[in-house]
Structure formats: C-alpha cells, structure tokens
Design a protein around this ligand. Structure first.
Ligand SMILES: Nc1nc2c(c(=O)[nH]1)N[C@H]1C(S)=C(S)[C@@H](COP(=O)(O)OP(=O)(O)OC[C@H]3O[C@@H](n4cnc5c(N)ncnc54)[C@H](O)[C@@H]3O)O[C@H]1N2
Ligand code: MOO
Length: 390
C-alpha cells in the first residue's frame, strides 16, 4: 500500500493542464482565469468628484467664503470651462473635476441663492476628489491563475475586458455501481438504499469548477458497468463509486482491467478510503472510489478536489492544513493515516465519537477532518493537531 502523498503524486501524473478557452465576461464567474488580465484604461479615467456639491479651488475654501456659480458638471457630462478664483461649478458624484478646481464642498455645507454660493459650515480637509487611476491604471493586472469571484468579474468589466481567457472546465463522469442503489425519489426495494455519493461528489466537484455528468447507476454485472464506462468516453476524469473492494460483486478492477486500464495504484494507507484505485482509461484519468459514503466524500476532498485544482492550473492545489488544540483526547492511531470527522469551535477541535465510514450524519455535522499520520501516538486534551477545514 502506498501513502496518501504518493497516491496524490501518481494521480497528478495522470492528467495534463486543461486547454485555455475564451468565454464572454457574463459567463466568467467561477471559472479559472488562465492568463493575467491587463487593464487597458485608467479608472477613473479622470479626476472625479466623490460627492454632490460644488467644485472650487481648495486655497479658497473656508467658512463664509462666497463664490459665483458658473456651470454644472454631471457624471457623463463634464464642464468644459475653467474655474477661476472666486468661481464654483455645481458638481455631482462621478463627474469629472473641472479644470482649475481641486476641491468639492459638499452641498450640506453650503447655501445657494441663484448663482451665489456661500460656504456655511467649516469643510473638513478631505477634498472629495478621486484622483485619475486611483482604482487601477493602464497595465495593472489581475493575475492568473485565480478562480473568478463576482468581485473579480466586476473588476474585469471595469477594465473593459469583454472576453476572458479561462481554463477549460474538467468534465467528470460519475458512475455509481451496485444492485442496492436507486436514485433519490425512486422507491427502493427491501434490500436497496439511495445513491447518495453521486450527489455529494457532484456538489463537491462543481464547487471547485468541474462540469459533472452523472451517469446511470451501473448494476453489479460486467455488461452494465462496461456500458456505463463506455458512456463516460470523452470526459477528462472517470470516477466510479463503490465496487472497489475485494467482494465477489466488486467489479471495478476486473471491468476496467478488461477495458485496458493502465493502473497507477490500488489501495492507499489511509482511513477511510483504503480501496482507492486510479489509472488511465483511454484518454481519461480514472479513479475508483470506495463505496462507503464517508470514504467516497473524504477521498473526494483529499484526492479529487486537489486533482481538479491541479488540472485547472492552480499552483497550490492541496487542501489547506490548519492546526488547533484538542478539546478531547485521541487514542493512538493505527498504521494508516486517519482523516477523522471533527468539529472545530472557538475552543479547539474534537473528533466525532463514531468514525464509521457509513455515517453521513456525522460527516454533515462535522466542519473539519483531523489529519493523523500513521502510527501517531495517543494525544491529550490541549495537544495541537493538524486539520483540514471542510
Ligand atoms: N474483506 C474486506 N472487506 C472490505 C474491505 C477489505 O479490505 N476487506 N474494505 C472495506 C472498506 S475500507 C471499504 S471503504 C469498503 C469499500 O468497498 P467498495 O468500494 O467495494 O464499495 P461497495 O462494497 O460497493 O459499497 C460499500 C458500501 O457503500 C454503499 N454504497 C456504495 N455506493 C454507494 C452510493 N453511490 N451511495 C451510497 N452508498 C453507496 C454500499 O451500499 C455499501 O454499503 O469495503 C469494505 N470491505
Ligand atoms: O477505509 Mo473504508 O474507506 O473505511 O470504509
């Protein structure tokens, strides 16, 4: 059996970075920026007023000063003249500052009678002028790779970038297999349960930017699993769920072998998730996840999410490792790395009492996985442990 790090290295070797494609800005949210975006303009492109008021010369600003109003500057319609001593221009938020003016007195601090303006309150030192290019200037960059957030999309729009180079989304095929499985909403027979893993994994992988195709559940026959795997052709990553272990009805190894899978590894020194397998199947990478629901989800977090992030071009695709003090002791760990469902609170972190790999309720109420290396000795309350936030 190989270690988690070795398994991840093998997995990364099975894929290449995704091609770059161009998408319209309106479709860019959530996509991975593939090349730096470079601003082609300054923002704002001119010194602009940040308030509604009157543009004047700062040297003349004092309480009781009087000005003659000579015109108006609005957002989108600037004032073309020049402000001379003793003059003011009515100005609105976002309007270009008129030549000659470098201060905006907010209208609450003034009294206007026809064309005469009096400053009634002592204005503060703040000029209420945004310098040209204060947000960004020509040549400023939004650096790649980065997953584009709504704020990034707003910034790209302001930079006047209508088409965005992004990494093509990895297409993932998900194949649950087992005679016991039916889809949520179906009526299970007396020996059947609901296929939950497909849904949890789909959500997990879409959350990091993959496109997921949920294929029909394969039955426990070689022909059914073969058909499902054939339906997955053309995808970047084929993931089977269940049937990975040593039981008579665990067919993934046999069927993928018959289809010519070049196996990279089978079985990892970890818990849950030991019967993980991976290799290449045609042009796609293939991962066989264990069927136990928590094992499948933990392997999704530990292996598949980093693999997808790697395919999308991120330099640091691995899960973030944090540390926290234990609020309850832990027994000695066995020979496999253990990813323990746990709850992180303000006081520290505690593992759930029951770590059975079938318990989705425990997983759903956990917000962290404590990471225990193989052979980790017993730990006391207060000892620092590593964990991965979920
Ligand atoms: N003799 C041994 N038995 C087992 C070993 C072993 O080393 N020797 N390993 C155990 C471990 S660890 C795991 S994990 C499981 C994994 O087995 P499989 O990958 O073959 O999974 P299945 O047997 O098909 O299913 C296990 C369990 O999970 C349920 N399941 C499967 N798919 C789904 C799904 N899509 N949604 C919800 N639940 C699913 C399935 O009904 C079973 O209850 O093997 C141990 N056995
Ligand atoms: O190691 Mo299996 O993946 O616990 O249930």
């Amino acid at each position: 059996m190989i270690s988690v790090d070795e398994a991840r290295a093998h997995l990364f070797d099975l894929v290449s970075p995704q091609d770059v494609e161009t998408v319209a800005l309106a479709q860019a949210a959530g996509r991975m920026l593939a090349r730096d975006a470079v601003a082609m303009r300054d923002q704002p492109p001119f010194a602009a007023s940040s308030m509604d008021g009157y543009a004047v010369k700062s040297a003349e600003v004092e309480q009781h000063a009087i000005f003659k109003i000579i015109g108006e500057a609005a957002a989108g319609n600037g004032f073309s003249g020049t402000v001379k001593p003793g003059q003011a221009v009515r100005i609105f938020t976002g309007a270009p500052m008129p030549d000659g003016a470098d201060f905006v007195v907010i209208q609450e601090d003034t009294d206007r009678r026809d064309d005469l303006l009096t400053i009634t309150e002592a204005p503060g030192a703040k000029s209420n002028v945004r310098p040209a290019g204060v947000d960004f200037g020509i040549g400023d960059r939004l650096t790649a790779p980065r997953r584009l957030s709504p704020s990034d999309v707003a910034l790209l729009a302001a930079m006047n970038i209508p088409d965005v180079p992004v990494s093509r989304q990895p297409v993932v095929a998900l194949i649950s297999n087992g005679d016991e499985l039916v889809m949520p909403g179906d009526t299970p027979g007396p020996d059947q349960i609901i296929a939950s893993n497909t849904f949890g994994l789909k959500a997990l992988f879409e959350d990091v930017g993959a496109q997921v195709r949920m294929l029909p559940i394969a039955r426990d026959t070689t022909s059914s699993l073969t058909t499902a795997l054939e339906l997955a052709s053309g995808t970047d990553l084929i993931i089977t769920i269940g049937g990975a272990s040593v039981g008579d009805h665990d067919l993934v190894e046999e069927v993928t072998g018959a289809l010519g899978m070049e196996r990279a590894f089978y079985k990892v020194r970890m818990r849950p998730g030991k019967p993980l397998m991976a290799g290449r199947l045609g042009k796609a990478a293939m991962i066989g996840l264990p069927g136990n629901p928590v094992s499948a989800m933990v392997c999704g977090h530990i292996f598949v999410v980093p693999l997808l992030r790697h395919m999308l071009g991120l330099a640091n695709p691995l899960p973030e490792i944090c540390t926290a003090p234990l609020t309850a002791p832990l027994p000695e760990n066995g020979p496999r790395a253990h990813y323990m469902r746990a709850t992180r609170t303000g006081d520290g972190i505690a593992a759930a009492g029951n770590q059975d790999s079938s318990l989705l309720r425990v997983l759903a109420s956990s917000n962290a996985l404590i990471v225990r290396p193989p052979g980790d000795p017993a730990r006391d309350t207060g000892d620092t442990v590593d964990y991965i936030p979920l």
